[in-house]
Design a protein around this ligand. Structure first.
Ligand SMILES: N[C@@H](CCC(=O)N[C@@H](CS)C(=O)NCC(=O)O)C(=O)O
Length: 231
């Protein structure tokens, strides 16, 4: 039974976490580009895979031929790392540490970076927005301090070995310049960022669909789809 792995993806930091992992695992996969500016994330066929209407998500065939779907980058990464027994520690303590970083990333660095990107790149510069911008900037920087501490006397976050903990935290650090944040005060992060950037699989994963990345100028249609108002 072939895996028939499908990656539902758009070239953003969250999408890249999973393209990087699939490349690292050397799993053949088909990329389904979900154009989040055009509203593809709200189409019912995608919603049946990702109830949260957000990329990334995956779908593949189990040994018995039934479809498996996973949404949320942290869940996808943990699932794949366990399934393929790679980029995941063998020890209970190591697994616990990976989990800490996965939960930390999904609850801290990811949302703060996402909001910082919103207020830096997509909103007007009103005084009201300045407050939000400063708040998320400060939180993004706080997260950098956490990572810098995590890299104290080690090259990678868990057991000094490259794992999904690094892969999930790395793309939003790679994006530091577009967020207007310098890494000058974070020497360990700078080395870690570069060390991971040099990996061939990471380069392929990061560049997947890069040409499709929207510029910072977004159309009214994209604004409507991306920043929908829910009531
Ligand atoms: N916590 C989610 C975040 C996913 C996420 O925010 N994805 C964005 C792209 S980076 C998205 O699909 N946005 C579409 C929208 O906002 O409608 C994860 O880690 O998978």
């Amino acid at each position: 039974m072939t895996l028939d792995m499908k990656l539902y993806y758009w070239p953003t930091p969250n999408g890249r976490k999973v393209s990087i992992l699939l490349e690292e695992l050397a799993i053949p996969y088909e990329t389904i580009f979900v154009n989040i500016g055009k509203g593809d994330q709200f189409k019912l066929d995608f919603e049946s895979i990702s109830l949260n209407n957000r990329i990334p998500a995956i779908k593949y065939k189990n040994d018995n031929g039934s479809n498996v779907t996973v949404f949320e980058s942290g869940a996808i990464m943990l699932h794949l790392a366990e399934k393929f027994q790679n980029f995941y520690p063998k020890t209970v303590t190591g697994k616990k540490e990976v989990m800490e970083w996965l939960f930390w990333q999904a609850a801290n660095q990811g949302p703060m970076a996402g909001q910082l990107s919103h207020f830096k790149n997509y909103t007007s510069n009103s005084e009201k927005n300045q407050y939000s911008y400063q708040r998320y900037k400060s939180e993004y920087i706080r997260c950098l301090h956490v990572l810098e501490k995590g890299l104290n006397s080690r090259r990678y976050l868990v057991e000094d070995t490259y794992s999904i903990a690094d892969m999930i935290c790395w793309p939003w650090v790679l994006a530091n310049r577009s967020l207007g944040i310098s890494l000058d005060n974070f020497p360990r992060i700078r080395l870690w960022r570069q060390r991971i950037k040099e990996r061939p699989a990471v380069q392929i994963g990061v560049n997947l669909g890069k040409k499709l990345s929207s510029s910072k100028i977004i159309t009214d249609e994209e604004r409507e789809n991306l920043f929908k108002k829910y009531t």
